[in-house]
Design a protein around this ligand. Structure first.
Ligand code: GTP
Ligand code: MG
Length: 365
């Protein structure tokens, strides 16, 4: 079909148009019929993970992240089986305020591991990622080299749900990555809110990235976060920033000495680093290896993992109970009504909570 040419260069000209192709491409629909995407069985998942098949590993993580009950069941089984085969790994938590240089640091630092034959998985906990679509995902450009590295696997933070839910998913993903042969795991989080505590509870080593200068030396990093750090790295120690970085290093070293010992036998310290020039990165890696040597020898590494296993059992129970309570039909129906009673002062908060819990208990008797 051809339309009469009025003015070839005008965007206002209306073509009569051509016959529209069918909405479903007939070739593709035949292709799909022939190669129907097969549902993976439990064995497929396990074999894929154990043979380091990245597509299967990613699919398994997606399953772990799913909240659909039928997915949860398979996911649980996969995690359980992977746990049995996962070897000893180094789980390194990395945190720092927005802009501290985490992504740039991970890109440069991660390569020190992959180049020396380690397999590195980068995971994240970012409870805000539903809104921001996951910091790591947006960061893939900032981690260009690492994304293309065959010894590295980068997975953005699971999105949605409570911090507890997001953290549980990341913790389970760690196990899958380890079963797939990743022996170094970075778990990144933004140093705001409670997510550092969650990352701390699943890492062996906790690295805090700090900016130098910026006037306020403690830049909103809570004391508690510093207290749980095994190493503080002052980032961006390059160019005009070098002097400030060394000053900050001295300051934080002193601050770290004031904290009581953690029982690991390890003495936390502060170093400077630059992801641009690469200075200080090797020293940080050295420190991390020293930490693992020490804590594996003195048993702290295993003791800490036992404690974390216990902690996560209780966390999961708490999370599950909470979810069930709020998903309960009766509760959902009555919640609004009780909320009104409480906010208008016709009923006390504790009395309302107690009645709702009683209602829930009766249903479960
Ligand atoms: N000079 C210098 N600049 C750096 C260095 N590392 C990071 N930057 C810059 O600092 C800015 C923030 O770095 P990011 O790596 O995005 O920081 P981030 O902590 O991941 O930030 P969020 O993802 O927002 O939490 C970027 O503009 C980087 O180019 C460094 O070692 N030296
Ligand atoms: Mg980032």
């Amino acid at each position: 079909m051809t339309s009469k040419k009025v003015d070839g260069n005008s965007a206002l000209k209306v073509n009569k148009g051509i016959e529209q192709p069918p909405v479903i491409n007939p070739y593709m629909s035949n292709f799909y019929k022939k190669n129907r995407v097969r549902q993976l069985t439990l064995e497929d998942y396990l074999n894929g993970i154990l043979s380091s098949d990245l597509t299967v590993l990613s699919q398994a993580i997606t399953l772990v992240e799913s909240s659909r009950p039928e997915h949860r069941e398979v996911a649980r089984e996969i995690v359980q089986r992977c746990q049995e085969v996962a070897g000893e790994s180094m789980r390194i938590g990395i945190t720092g305020v927005p802009g501290a240089g985490k992504s740039t640091f991970i890109e440069a630092f991660g390569r020190l591991f992959t180049e020396s034959g380690h397999k590195l998985a980068v995971l994240a906990i970012d409870p805000s990622s539903e809104k921001s679509k996951g910091s790591i995902l947006g960061d893939k450009t900032r981690m260009e080299k690492l994304s293309a590295d065959k010894n590295a696997f980068i997975r953005p933070s699971p999105s949605g749900g409570s911090l507890g839910g997001v953290a549980r998913k990341t913790r389970e993903s760690i196990v899958l990555c380890e079963a797939a042969g990743y022996d170094v795991i970075f778990i990144e989080t933004v140093g705001v809110g409670q997510s550092e505590t969650a990352v701390h509870s699943m890492s062996d080593f906790f690295l805090l990235l700090m900016l130098s200068g910026a006037g306020d030396e403690l830049q909103g990093i809570k004391r508690g976060i510093m207290e749980m750090s095994d190493l503080i790295a002052i980032t961006k120690a390059d160019g005009n920033n070098i002097d400030k970085a060394f000053l900050a290093k001295a300051l934080y070293s002193n601050a770290l000495h004031l904290f009581p010992p953690t029982g690991s036998g390890w003495v936390p310290s502060a170093l400077t680093s630059s992801a641009i020039t690469g200075s200080g990165l090797e020293e940080i890696k050295q420190k991390i290896f020293e930490y693992f040597d020490l804590t594996r020898k003195n048993g702290f590494y295993y003791k800490k993992r036992e404690e974390q296993a216990r902690f996560w059992m209780y966390e999961t129970i708490n999370e599950e109970i909470k979810n069930r309570f709020y998903a309960n039909h009766t509760i959902r129906r009555r919640l609004e009504e009780y909320e009104k009673l409480v906010t208008t002062g016709r009923m006390g908060s504790f009395a309302a909570a107690s009645e709702l819990l009683k209602l829930y208990n009766e249903k479960w008797k």
